[in-house]
Design a protein around this ligand. Structure first.
Ligand SMILES: Nc1ncnc2c1ncn2[C@@H]1O[C@H](COP(=O)(O)OP(=O)(O)OP(=O)(O)O)[C@@H](O)[C@H]1O
Length: 854
């Protein structure tokens, strides 16, 4: 379902190329019958061993239908599309199928949604709750129903019957039995047990005592129990009622009604004060009020249910969570009944009256607070769509102490400023705890904003820092906001959740693509994905900018290319392709073109040598890791407010947390291999463009790649995520007007040769990607291996995937590799004929040299 890249923009001739989408078909194993084994299905108290709830929990397996027809050997590239298990001819279309928008694949849980259907919106709202979005292009959306997506659905209050009924309603065919069975199997085991924090102690809680008895028979769980004996605690649990989220229209009208009532009460008491007092003396009105209160109390009592629980050792919660989630497939949900929490102090915070949250922010928060309690989980919104306000509104809803974890000190400062901007919180109650700013945590309810590395640091701390840390770990927090969850190593989350006791967790991210292979851990370390917004829809509605994406092919000069072929190391090859004079010229041309249109341009380069060479060559300011704070601020302020500074060059330090709404054009000259995440983050820098609501406004995103080099291969890898979000990448093979541009650099052969000599004279390290000293991954203090390579000679494999891939709902779509790893070398082998020929040529020359030396 990968869309075609469109033909070129007005700026040049174009060629068509099909982008490699990431949603590769799921491979199936016909030996595994979907209906699965029946063993250990019961939850009854007599079950001897804890049941393995669902052998097929993560993935739809091949149906009996496939078995019947057997596997066929693929004959050509398209053959897989016509395999037996993809033949759905035996499914009967409903007579009114044209009005219904869903196609269902009974064997893999794939769902295809027609965006042109009259009921598209309703179907989309429903699907987003129960399935993982895989690809959302203009005409078709593709989702997968996975165990984890159903888990998220159950955790936001949908029942098995709701899911089946609505799927049936939207489906063009009768709902396949395999899907009904799968939903039944998965939903019956989810939402049964919860992890709750009460007075600094953790409990596993359920309204079904037999499930807890069964868990206690499990040796791993029972070893984590904090109390002796077999007894369970039993208590009454009040059902939480409806809750109004601040910043919504409902909250606003409630406030107006409250204000009117208050006014009316005041006026009435002024008129009737004396009379009421005298009536009270005779038990008149007072007795009535007592009666009303009693009745209300009784009504509340009717709502009480019984819950059972057992206490677990606070240091072993992760073992319990992991074991329940992965081995027993009985995930622990985390819900916080904050309105019933009288022990933890209330934080005086509300959204400012003028603050109104947007509809998608409200949808996301409804998923979190839908049943009147705070559910832990992850909210996915595109860059610039307002994740910070979602976090702040969650804090205003709970009104308990909040701890916010961010990736950098800059980001911590921004979070504090946003809290003060959007809410009425007392600024003294928002404290920053970073390496450069160590506010003291008061004993009253407060908000603390800190960096992940500050909390997870293992080495000895300075006295004041240790004191703050002690205050953080010793108390209970109502809400923990985890920013940018896709970049933080899972190991860090483990430490954070181990050290800090919190009732609820909210993870925020723009993409669930991760740079380690621990994405599945997020499910039990934070919680399920609660909401994911549609990028294209938000950009059509003007909440984020519309962006034109293009890949510009820059041919290598003959000299650069022959050096590229002969270069012995990846670093050298990489430097030669970045410094390709034609790429430089394309960059110069695009800057000139967009400056004249009135755009503000950011040029990104991961390679610092190239960053400096391009920026100084074009007389533009640049910022990289070593640039001092003052200089950074000066450059950024000039970019924002000075009309004479329209272009800045940034290294990868600008990938995240950079709020420059003036930027309307991005040019990428060097990037990190095939990182889809980096591509999405960089695009995010222009999604928040200030001018996004101007008539006909478009932001521009250019990726410059040197032709016939590895850059082309990585470029299409990088685009996969955005392509699945519905972005079309144009390929520009020639920039019209570049040949006649005055003052174009590297026009003469001499200039080109001087540049080449300079590049060849650079040391090996000049080809390195920038290493940022205080970035999360290279911070040795925190004791984490670097995501960019780990120990010397011990390359790290990077993997990325969607939540569904972690659930096994799809094959891992794509791997990101790190320089030096074995798998990287495998991957780096040329795939196309041209590169293969080059590679053979190089091998042949090497062999000849060796033979000569012998
Ligand atoms: N409901 C709202 N009303 C008005 N402005 C809003 C609203 N929500 C977000 N914004 C504005 O949108 C912009 C982007 O918000 P924010 O910085 O929270 O985005 P983000 O999703 O965190 O982006 P990134 O992933 O790049 O950090 C900000 O200028 C913010 O003030």
């Amino acid at each position: 379902m990968a869309p075609k890249r469109k033909a070129s923009a007005a700026t040049g001739r174009a060629s068509k190329r099909v982008a490699s989408g990431v949603s590769t078909p799921v491979s199936i194993d016909s030996d595994d019958d979907y209906s699965g084994s029946e063993e250990n299905e019961s939850l009854g108290p007599n079950s001897a061993a804890p049941p393995k709830y669902d052998k097929v929990i993560d993935k739809f397996k091949a149906s009996a239908y496939v078995k019947k027809k057997g596997k066929q050997q693929p004959k050509d590239a398209a053959d897989q599309l016509f395999r037996a298990d993809r033949d759905f001819a035996d499914q009967q279309l409903k007579p009114d199928h044209r009005l219904r928008p869903l196609w269902l694949d009974p064997t893999h849980g794939k769902v295809v949604l027609e965006t042109f259907s009259p009921s598209f919106k309703q179907a989309q709202n429903f699907l987003i709750n129960i399935a993982e979005p895989q690809s959302r292009t203009n005409n078709m959306h593709e989702y997968t129903i996975t165990a984890h997506s159903l888990f998220a659905a159950v955790s936001v209050g949908l029942t098995e019957q709701d899911i089946i009924k609505q799927l049936e309603m939207f489906s063009k065919t009768k709902l396949p039995q395999s899907i009904i069975e799968y939903i039944h199997k998965v939903t019956q085991s989810f939402g049964k047990v919860r992890l709750v924090l009460k007075q600094n102690n953790y409990f596993v809680e359920s309204s079904d005592a037999s499930v807890l008895q069964m868990l206690l028979r499990d040796p791993v769980i029972s070893a984590c129990r904090a109390e002796e004996g077999d007894e369970l605690r039993t208590e009454k649990a009040a059902k939480a009622g409806g809750l109004v989220i601040p910043g919504t229209k409902e909250a606003q009208s409630n406030k107006e009604v409250e204000a009117r009532n208050e006014q009316a009460r005041k006026e009435q008491s002024e008129h009737q004060g004396d009379a009421e007092d005298s009536e009270d003396e005779y038990g008149g009105k007072k007795a009535n009020r007592d009666m009303e209160e009693m009745l209300l109390q009784e009504e509340d009592d009717d709502d009480l249910d019984e819950v059972h629980s057992f206490q677990i050792d606070g240091t072993k919660i992760q073992t319990v969570q992991e074991h329940c989630n992965v081995q027993l497939e009985l995930p622990l949900t985390e819900e916080y009944d904050f309105r019933a929490d009288n022990k933890n102090a209330t934080l005086d915070i509300d959204l400012k009256p003028a603050t109104q949250i947007r509809y998608y922010q409200e949808h996301a928060l409804n998923k979190m607070f839908g049943n009147g309690r705070a559910r832990s989980g992850i909210i996915v919104l595109p860059c610039g769509a307002g994740k910070t306000l979602v976090g702040i509104t969650a804090a205003c809803t709970e009104k308990k102490s909040v701890i916010v974890l961010c990736t950098s000190a800059t980001s911590a400062g921004q979070w504090r400023a946003e809290f003060i901007k959007w809410s009425n919180v007392n600024p003294d109650d928002v404290i920053i705890f970073t390496s450069s700013e160590k506010g003291r945590v008061p004993s009253r309810a407060c908000i603390i904003v800190c960096t992940y590395s500050m909390v997870t640091q293992n080495t000895r701390r300075a006295y004041d820092s240790q004191q703050t840390m002690d205050q953080i770990t010793k108390r209970e927090w109502g809400l923990m906001i985890l920013d940018e969850v896709h970049v933080v190593p899972a190991e860090m989350f483990r430490r954070v959740t181990e050290r800090i006791k919190t009732h609820s967790k909210l993870g925020l991210t723009a993409t669930l693509l991760r740079e380690d292979d621990k994405i599945k851990d997020l499910n039990f370390l934070i919680g399920p994905k609660l909401y994911e917004a549609n990028w294209l829809q938000l950009s059509e509605e003007g909440h984020i900018a519309r962006v034109q994406c293009a890949e510009v092919w820059c041919p290598m000069t003959i000299e650069f290319h022959s050096e590229y072929i002969n270069a012995k190391t990846t670093n050298k090859r990489s430097l030669l392709s970045i410094m390709n004079p034609r790429k430089f010229q394309a960059c110069q041309f695009l800057i000139d073109f967009h400056e004249r249109r009135g755009d503000k341009i950011i040029v990104f380069s991961d390679n610092v040598y190239a960053l400096k060479a391009y920026a100084t060559g074009l007389g533009k300011p640049y910022i990289f890791g070593d640039t001092g704070q003052r200089e950074r601020e000066m450059v950024l302020q000039n970019f924002q407010f000075n009309d004479n500074v329209s272009t800045i060059f940034l290294s990868k330090i600008g990938d995240t947390s950079l709020d420059l709404p003036e930027a309307t054009c991005l040019i990428q000259i060097s990037s990190h291999y095939g990182s889809r995440r980096q591509e999405a983050q960089r695009l995010g820098r222009i999604l928040r463009a200030k001018r996004r609501n101007d008539e006909g406004f478009n932001a521009f995103f250019y990726s410059l790649v040197s032709k016939d080099t590895m850059e082309m291969y990585y470029s299409s890898k990088r685009q996969a995520f955005l392509v699945d979000q519905g972005y079309a990448f144009k390929v520009i093979t020639h920039l019209n007007g570049i040949d006649s541009m005055p003052n174009l650099r590297y026009e003469t052969q001499d200039e080109k040769m001087t540049l080449l000599t300079d590049v060849l004279l650079q040391s090996e390290t000049a080809g390195d990607e920038e290493k940022i000293v205080d970035d999360l991954f290279s911070n040795d203090k925190s004791g984490f291996r670097k995501a960019g390579g780990g120990k010397k000679g011990n390359g790290v494999k990077r993997q990325a995937g969607t939540l569904s891939s972690l659930a096994g709902g799809e094959d891992m779509a794509y791997l990101e590799y790190q320089k030096g790893s074995k798998s990287n070398k495998e991957l780096a082998k040329p795939k196309n004929k041209f590169f293969a020929k080059e590679e053979r040529e190089r091998e042949r020359r090497k062999k000849a040299q060796r033979e000569m030396l012998q």
